[in-house]
Design a protein around this ligand. Structure first.
Ligand code: ACM
Ligand code: ZN
Length: 486
């Protein structure tokens, strides 16, 4: 059998002779201070395996490599030495548990698969317009009201039943511990000041008008945002983050900042008063000012805030204030942020959004994405992330088939850097991993579906848009400008 590893290790050197390799092969582990974080060496010789690791994560990754070696090259395997370490420190996958709720067991299945391919961050999208999915003890209405919507009407599909679910704090801790055992850091996302309808459904006083709203049942961008001019509403955000920081021991908290319409702020005395008082020239600046305030609050608690690229628009954020996650932007503000010394996570919509059909985002397209070139400053790329949003993902099997193998392309880039092996060689490694993923409960579509020929891509795309677009969305425009004028 041929040795197949994913992600591709930095260096594999063949050594004379062969060894018997199986789960029973003796493994010795040594620590070494001279290896980089998460790095390891693995030697197979004399029917034994010797792992040298710089830290616990390095040993964990050596063992993942060994498991893939046994699965693909078990029996007699040529002796070898592998020297390996990741290109990027932040290798992430996003799961949106808001639009469709996926619970503890499903999360564990995904975490296992991600850890197998050496991803080390779970970006857990826990709050949005369509559901608040994390228990906050101080504000029980967030989940009593915000975790349930009466129906789901995403695109042309009406599900005709309520949709509900949230993670208790005990379950959150269970997931955090499960991740820690697999060297995965959990980055929770509490999306603010937009994508906030579920919170306003629980407490309308958090919004600019105080008018009651319902948890959203449709996809889109909604005007029900946090009133950033109301100190009580801002205190609510801080209170929520206090509990979130206690629950998540990791270094980073994602505070959203994407797709925030300005309409409510425009008509709000309090928001305008904040602008006046702080000398803010625009509503974009108002958002930037709010994000900077929350990031500073988190910094005092020992956490670094991550925000989507929209928060850069108002020119309020310095390179040290936040980490920016780029997904889509009209002006290259993230490049400028990187040039000024900021750290960037690349999750390009056209390449790393894994919830779109393969007709729109073929595997080869994901594989070919160069995050270093896109960012403009290779050294500023702190991480990469594959995103799985769930408006149109109604079953766990569908989730897996959309995420895998595109997430494997992200994992390869994050670990191996760019350029790496050829696409056909990557495809072989993906196929070799298929039975290992299947054994862990992850189905993948057949290979022919990953890179459809041009004539079959079009119907795939048309089918998706027919199912996902509504006349209202077309009227709004797909990516409406949030409005900025004072
Ligand atoms: C996003 O897709 N709104 C980050
Ligand atoms: Zn307001």
């Amino acid at each position: 059998m041929k040795l197949q590893l994913l992600p591709a290790p930095r260096e594999i050197r063949a050594v004379n002779g062969a060894s018997m390799l199986s789960a029973a092969t003796p493994v010795t582990v040594r620590q070494s201070d001279s290896l980089p974080p998460e790095g390891y060496e693995l030697a197979l010789e004399n029917n034994r395996v010797l792992i040298t690791a710089g830290d616990d994560a390095g040993e964990f990754y050596a063992r993942q490599t060994l498991a893939q070696m046994i699965a693909t090259c078990g029996g007699e395997c040529g002796n070898l030495v592998i020297r390996d370490a990741p290109a990027l420190p932040y290798r992430s996958f996003l799961i949106d548990c808001c639009r469709h709720f996926y619970g503890v067991d499903e999360m564990k299945t995904l975490i296992d698969a991600a850890a197998k391919c050496k991803l080390n961050v779970l970006h857990w999208h826990l709050t949005d317009d369509q559901g608040w999915r994390i228990e906050i003890r101080r504000y029980p209405l967030l989940t009593e009201v915000g975790a349930t919507r009466p129906d789901s009407r995403f695109g042309s599909v009406t599900e005709g039943k309520p949709h509900s679910g949230f993670f208790t704090q005990a379950q959150v801790r269970e997931i955090v511990d499960y991740c820690a055992a697999r060297h995965v850091e959990v980055v929770p996302e509490i999306d603010m000041p937009g994508h906030f309808t579920a919170a306003l459904a629980a407490d309308p006083a958090l919004g600019c008008t105080g008018e009651p709203v319902a948890v959203e049942m449709t996809a889109g961008i909604f005007p029900h945002v946090l009133c950033v001019g109301n100190p009580e509403a801002v205190r609510f955000a801080r209170d929520v983050l206090d509990e979130v920081c206690d629950l998540f021991p990791g270094r980073y908290i994602h505070i959203g900042g994407d797709e925030t319409p300005r309409t409510a702020w425009m008509g709000c005395e309090r928001c305008r008063a904040r602008m006046e008082k702080r000398g803010l020239p625009s509503f974009d600046a108002l958002q930037g000012d709010f994000i900077r305030e929350i990031a500073a609050y988190l910094k005092k608690k020992g956490k670094t805030a991550i925000t989507w690229n929209e928060s850069l628009k108002g020119d309020q954020l310095g390179a040290q204030d936040v980490i920016v996650q780029r997904w889509m932007e009209r002006k290259p503000l993230t490049r400028a942020f990187a040039k000024a010394g900021g750290r960037v996570i690349e999750s390009d919509f056209y390449h790393y959004y894994c919830d779109y059909p393969y007709g729109m985002t073929p595997l080869k397209k994901s594989f070919s994405f160069d995050p270093f070139k896109k960012c403009g400053q290779a050294h500023a790329v702190f991480g990469v992330e594959g995103c799985l949003w769930t408006e149109y993902v109604r079953s766990f099997d569908d989730l897996c088939e959309k995420l895998f193998p595109r997430l494997l392309a992200v994992a390869e880039r994050g670990w191996s850097g760019f350029p790496t092996r050829s696409y056909p060689a990557f495809l072989e490694a993906v196929e070799a991993l298929r039975p290992q993923l299947a054994a862990g409960g992850i189905p993948m579509r057949q290979r022919a579906d990953w890179d459809l020929p041009a004539l079959r891509r079009l119907p795939d795309i048309v089918r998706f848009f027919k199912g996902s677009l509504t006349p209202e969305m077309l009227r709004q425009g797909l990516f409406p400008d949030s409005g900025n004028k004072k």
